[in-house]
Design a protein around this ligand. Structure first.
Ligand SMILES: Cc1cc2nc3c(=O)[nH]c(=O)nc-3n(C[C@H](O)[C@H](O)[C@H](O)COP(=O)(O)OP(=O)(O)OC[C@H]3O[C@@H](n4cnc5c(N)ncnc54)[C@H](O)[C@@H]3O)c2cc1C
Ligand SMILES: *[C@@H]1O[C@H](CO)[C@@H](O)[C@H](O)[C@H]1NC(C)=O
Ligand SMILES: *[C@@H]1O[C@H](CO)[C@@H](O)[C@H](O)[C@H]1NC(C)=O
Ligand SMILES: *[C@@H]1O[C@H](CO)[C@@H](O)[C@H](O)[C@H]1NC(C)=O
Length: 497
């Protein structure tokens, strides 16, 4: 504590004594370079600048040294070239939804390449492959693919999330149990590397870079466009919920055990869902890829185990269901995009919980969570199990590591927000303690964390380890090869070996 305090005072002192060492002092140089190369930029303090510098997580606001707003791949290359020449860190930003504001670099003074002017979506019916520019948001992608022959790929529910940040680091949603993660649908990516060259990557072109992009894309370049294999959107899907009476620890333990047994043994493949809990209620929220009648047959074994009923069910077409889970947000959204929150969030991936761990987790929920009056929630995604498409992929087939059928059963998001004012400085211990109640009883090869729900309170060493686990050494070697000077840096970026 004391040592850290002294160190930070010293650093501030150095920065004041030598202002040219500050990255913000490089503003004139980067501006000159971008102007000479005809790269469009946001004028500082213009409305566009304010919109593009405004992070989804208002707890973590940072000031960029410059914001480029390219519309072509050549402009992205020129932007990277200027970053290297001037010596500033550069970060691509697509939808800007990083929980740690990593699209802004996760600290002051980074050069941001804002990609949301590049958002075209095209579909080739001969190959059934969609080509999506990196700055498109998920709602636009889903709408365009559905309108182009009723196609789809797996991704999350929030229409404003950027396709690139999301799919390059995982991407779980209401078709992932059936079809896999967004990252699993990627069959090609165009990327601008640290040397400003542009290359194609796929299973056959630059396969080692393609491997690294699928799970750790933010470390190796600026992806300008992605190719996704698509599936036919089912004509009928059924949204449903089951209210869970989780109002004491033993009810949580009982219900959770029933759900994890069912999921592990092989929840029906067409079933997709999550447990959502907040201060007011806990429920299973799902999307069955089929009709209401088919859902009733498929869900009955769980209802019997839980001694519960469906609380709600409604058949929709594909986009009707997507729209249902956006809770009233505009679906086909581009820019300006104004939704923001102020929060701290954490994540986990775990196996089925052993009895003692489950008891500790339930006690924490019952005692600490229930008495927290902030706007917290927990999401327990029904991620793995015998029928999950996600764990059918090998753990080392892509950089995204959580594929072990024995260990990776649930993906969790822990979220604690305030609806006004700033997040309290003593607030962090609430979610830190909840996560600890899981990890204390598990071995490190059993659990990990998900960088799409980045937790910026982890130091770099821990962050790299929990996000990438066994794939980290290969990623670090590739970082040395492709970006040894760490042009694409943020505080939890993969470190060169
Ligand atoms: C409201 C909300 C709902 C969400 N729902 C889900 C969900 O259902 N399922 C789920 O899995 N996740 C979900 N997420 C998390 C989301 O997947 C991540 O925050 C994701 O990283 C956001 O991508 P982005 O492009 O919007 O963010 P950005 O902040 O723009 O980028 C995130 C990271 O990716 C990098 N990056 C962005 N573009 C590129 C590129 N073109 N090339 C290389 N690197 C790039 C950035 O530098 C940064 O490190 C949700 C987030 C929010 C805020
Ligand atoms: C816990 O909640 C369940 C479900 O509401 C209820 O049946 C049970 O009696 C409660 N147990 C205790 C110890 O309060
Ligand atoms: C994954 O690991 C297996 C077994 O060690 C190995 O044979 C295979 O080549 C690896 N795949 C990749 C893509 O590294
Ligand atoms: C990083 O955090 C971990 C876990 O809190 C701690 O054990 C480790 O010492 C820290 N490492 C550094 C370099 O600060």
């Amino acid at each position: 504590m004391h040592l850290q305090f002294v160190l930070s005072i010293t650093l501030v002192g150095l920065a004041v004594a030598n202002p040219l060492s500050s990255p913000l002092a490089k503003r004139a140089a980067i501006d000159d370079c971008l102007r000479a190369a005809n790269v469009p930029v946001d004028a500082p303090n213009s409305n566009d600048w304010r919109a593009d510098a405004n992070p989804f997580n208002q707890r973590l606001k940072y000031t960029p040294v410059a914001i480029a707003v390219p519309t072509t791949v050549a402009q992205v290359q020129a932007a990277v070239s200027c970053a290297a020449k001037v010596g500033v860190k550069v970060n691509p930003k697509s939808g800007g939804h990083s929980y740690a504001s990593f699209g802004l670099g996760g600290e002051n003074g980074h050069f941001v390449v804002q990609l949301d002017r590049m958002n075209a979506v095209t579909y080739d019916s001969a190959t059934q492959i969609a080509t999506v520019q990196a700055g498109a948001r998920l709602g636009r992608v889903a709408t365009a693919l559905y309108n182009n022959g009723k196609r789809a790929f797996s991704h999350g529910t929030c229409p404003g999330v950027g396709v690139a940040g999301h799919s390059l680091h995982g991407g779980f949603g209401f078709s992932s149990h059936t079809h896999g993660l967004a990252v699993d649908a990627i069959v090609g990516a165009t990327v601008v590397l640290a040397d400003a060259s542009v290359i194609e990557t796929s299973q056959t072109e630059n396969p080692h870079i393609f491997w690294a992009l699928r799970g750790a894309g933010s470390n190796f370049g600026i992806v300008t466009s992605l190719k996704f294999k698509t599936f036919a959107a089912p004509s009928q899907v059924t949204v449903f919920s089951i209210n869970l009476p989780w109002n004491n620890a033993s009810a949580i333990v009982q219900g959770w055990s029933a759900i994890q047994d069912w999921l592990k043994a092989g929840m029906p493949k067409e079933m997709n869902g999550r447990v959502f809990g907040n201060r007011m209620q806990t429920q299973i929220q799902g999307l069955y890829h089929g009709t209401q009648d088919q859902l009733q047959t498929a869900i009955q074994p769980l209802l019997t185990k839980l001694n519960a009923q469906l609380s709600q069910q409604q058949q929709y077409d594909w986009m009707g269901a997507f729209s249902y889970y956006t809770y009233g947000q505009q679906v086909d959204v581009s820019r300006p995009y104004n939704l923001v929150e102020t929060f701290y969030s954490k994540s986990l991936v775990t196996p089925a919980l052993p009895d003692d761990v489950l008891q500790n987790v339930a006690n924490y929920w019952d005692q600490k969570a229930r008495s927290n009056n902030r706007g917290w929630f927990i999401i327990i995604d029904l991620y793995g199990g015998a029928n999950s498409a996600i764990t059918k992929v090998d753990s080392n087939a892509t950089a995204y590591p959580f594929r072990d059928p024995n260990n990776h059963l649930f993906l969790y998001e822990f979220y604690d927000r305030v609806h006004s004012g700033s997040y309290p400085s003593n607030g962090f211990e609430f979610l830190d303690g909840w996560v600890k109640s899981f990890t204390d009883g598990l071995t490190t090869d059993q659990w990990g964390m998900y960088i799409n729900y980045a937790d910026p309170t982890l130091n770099r060493t821990t962050a790299q380890d929990v996000y990438y686990r066994k794939n980290l050494p290969k990623l670090r070697a590739l970082k040395t090869e492709l970006d040894p000077t760490e042009l694409f840096y943020y505080p939890q970026a993969v470190q060169p070996a």
